[in-house]
Design a protein around this ligand. Sequence first.
Ligand code: PFF
Length: 446
Amino acid sequence: MSQREQWSSKLGFILAAAGSAIGLGAIWKFPYIAGQNGGGAFFLIFILFTLLLGLPLLLAEFVIGRSTQANAINSYKKIAPGSKWHWIGVLGMVSCFILLSFYSVIGGWIVAYLFKVVTGGLNHLTSNQYAEIFGSTISDPIISIIVQFLFILITIIVVARGVQNGIELASKFMMPALFILFIILVIRAVTLDGAMEGITFLLQPDFSKVTSKTVLEAMGQSFFTLSVGVSVMVTYSSYLPKNQSLPRSAFSIVGMNLAIVLLAGLAIFPAVFAFGLKPDAGPVLLFNVLPTVFSHLPFGMFFFGAFLILFLFAALTSAFSMLEIIVSVISKNTAQRKKWSWIIGLAIFVFGVPSALSFGILGDVKLFDKTIFDLMDFMVSNVLMPLGSLLIAIFVPLKMKKSSLYEEIIKGSKLFKGLFNVWYFLLRFVAPLLIIAVMLDVLGVW
Ligand code: PFF
């Protein structure tokens, strides 16, 4: 274990973990799920879940990873030898496999749009024309598979090179740039004629629209955007030196993530209403709306291209973490890391092809009234991630000593002494009960 790589700097870890967290979840998924679930009320419930569940669980994963300095399976084995708890890690690996298989479909869409911008295919169009072009691109089986492949290819190459070289470097410059571009975008969107309606939609809760499904989706979304429940954060924090404050990292990641969610919402919804589009358009929402907003900026297509590059990086840094957790368990050394990155990456690609085709030729194939893509997403976000989170919330207080948890939490900053008990209470009581309650509610138990 002494040979394990470590993050070269404190910032490196935060950026990489934030890179895993911030991605399609905040930028692409949040707006469309919020749009389908009535806006403001969903947003509020999402924030509550992020603070009550996501944040404590993120910290719990950090504690597991840093205290054991081991991968997603061995960390559980170290804490609870001879038990079955390491199945949490297996569950996480399976979740990440499925997750990357459909995540890469959307990543591919970014690649496809980028090609179109670069080749000048998007100049001077109306919002309907953007939607039409986009629709025909993603329903084309060859194009959608090629771009999905390209996205996975980049992921494989970076993960094969190792966690430090690849992941840290990519996160360092892109994230701040993404923030800046988002702020420009928001300023443009909220100053459009008719923007107010969109701002109200996002920020004014209408609880009459809340159903069990809304609550489940908000919970799933809070896990999804923070990458918790699948032991990715266990894996990342295992590369962390001992002297760093875990709560501080967790707070900054949650803060950045919520900021991006808010910025994405404020960039999208004012524009949706100003241009007379529909907030419940589903997965295509962001891709239909954004080019129109950019076309209302000077040098719009240039900025759109820049945005797509940064967006692609945000998606890739999340994708890296999904593949990394699987590869770090299976490979024993650097040579094996290369081999397994390719084998697993390609297997994920093959498994993801039906999801890519579900926006075109497989669009009518439905199970439980969902397309293949939607079903994969539902399974990961609303079943596997809550289940993994539930198990972690049970595991940590049960198998780790309260005193050693305390030591681990306050290391690097005594500031969090007072908050320890709040965290412990949320993790031990609130998280399990809330997750179980939401699940039972959806199953119609009460
Ligand atoms: N948090 C990522 C996003 O919001 O795009 C998605 C994700 C990455 C989920 C890694 C889970 C994970 F393990």
